[in-house]
Design a protein around this ligand. Structure first.
Ligand code: BGC
Length: 370
């Protein structure tokens, strides 16, 4: 008889507890610990309202529990974030500031890894498979479970290279996530068929990225270069860093000492102190050399990782027409530096979309006079 009473009491308690938890998780004010979502997210895209309601006892497994414990201690003051753990489960939390800092040396690096170029998915397929990357709209990512030491905007000047863009996106997100940095990808596309102005697009990217997030570091990145070693950290050290030191198509050798093209890193402060890139370089060549001159004027030095780490694969393309005026603008660059660059930048923003894998900025660039 006693055993029967005990069993019934236990069942009633369990049911009561169960009801309480169901109420908790359906409340928008429930602590983040209960608001667990499937990897596709919590909300119904048509209504924007939360759809996923699961009993907390069903949700417990060791992986998720670890994240739950981390998020339970989050502060109330900090801003909303959405992140995921290694098992792909999204957890809405507050207060990234309260997380422990990510380790100085990211623990998940592979070193040299094979760049994926075969059987690339279509852009649509890639976007649909995005959930496993745990991105925020605009191709923004925060490492789960720790506070990133670096907030980095990856700025990619772009026009008419869709296959390259797919290869870039397919490889770069996984590469960056192993480095545990907070990052956003900005694809800045030039409209029309006037000569390509790589430098001006990078200025636009910097301006637009800073409107979105509080970045500390810019990585200016050609879309046709894919890193081959994840020890090549996409961060900004004390001095500007030229990242693409050894490229397969240059036989993994640096063409000349002052080269600053391909992929390069500048802190936001360094970028502003040199007044960004010159806006005067239309067509191929010279704009990166002009930046190297600006750095020299400001007594900054180009730093580099060793060539066996800063390795890149270059995707095949036809070479753009070189700009015959590049030498003229290079020679007079230092004189123009204070009035030609970030501070006289003008552009017409034709489109701006927070896509799933990146932020897309379509711009019409005017010819500026200095
Ligand atoms: C150009 C640079 C370019 C470099 C490597 C130089 O002649 O001026 O813009 O990055 O060659 O291709």
């Amino acid at each position: 008889m006693r055993a029967l009473v005990l069993t019934v009491t236990c069942l009633v308690c369990l049911e009561y507890f169960s009801l309480l938890q169901s109420i908790d998780i359906s409340s928008p004010h429930a602590p983040p610990i209960y608001r667990q979502c499937e990897s596709r997210g919590c909300s119904d895209p048509s209504t924007g309202r939360s759809t996923y309601r699961r009993h907390v006892l069903q949700a417990l497994d060791i992986d998720k529990l670890r994240m739950v414990t981390a998020f339970a201690s989050l502060s109330k003051n900090s801003s909303n974030i959405s992140t995921n753990n290694s098992s792909g489960v999204k957890i809405e939390g507050k207060g990234v500031d309260e997380l422990p800092q990510c380790p100085m040396i990211p623990p998940g690096l592979h070193g040299r890894f094979p760049v994926i170029l075969d059987s690339l998915p279509s852009m649509l397929e890639m976007e649909e498979g995005e959930t496993e990357l745990g991105l925020e709209l605009g191709g923004v990512w925060h490492p789960p479970g720790c506070k990133a030491r670096h907030r980095v905007a990856i700025i990619v000047p772009y026009r008419d290279r869709e296959p390259h863009l797919r290869a870039f996106l397919h490889n770069i997100h996984r590469f960056l996530q192993r480095q545990q940095i907070m990052y956003g990808i900005y694809i800045v596309e030039q409209v029309g068929s006037t000569p390509f102005n790589r430098a001006m697009l990078m200025n636009v990217g910097a301006a637009e990225a800073l409107k979105q997030h509080d970045y500390q570091c810019f990585i200016f990145h050609d879309v046709d270069l894919l890193p081959e070693d994840d020890r090549n950290l996409y961060t900004c050290p004390i001095q500007p860093r030229h990242m693409s030191v050894s490229i397969d198509s240059f036989l993994y050798r640096l063409p000349y000492d002052d080269i600053f093209g391909g992929v390069s890193a500048l802190t936001v402060d360094q970028f502003q102190s040199v007044n960004g890139f010159s806006n005067m370089f239309w067509g191929w060549g010279g704009e990166d050399d002009d930046m190297a001159n600006r750095l020299r004027v400001k007594k900054l030095f180009i730093s580099r990782y060793p060539a066996n780490i800063a390795r890149y694969k270059m995707l095949k393309h036809t070479k753009d027409k070189a700009n015959p005026e590049r030498f003229k603008f290079l020679y007079s660059g230092a004189k123009r530096m204070t009035k030609d660059g970030y501070n006289n930048l003008k552009y017409h923003k034709e489109n701006f979309v927070l896509k799933r894998l990146y932020t897309w900025i379509l711009v019409d660039l005017p010819r500026l006079k200095v």
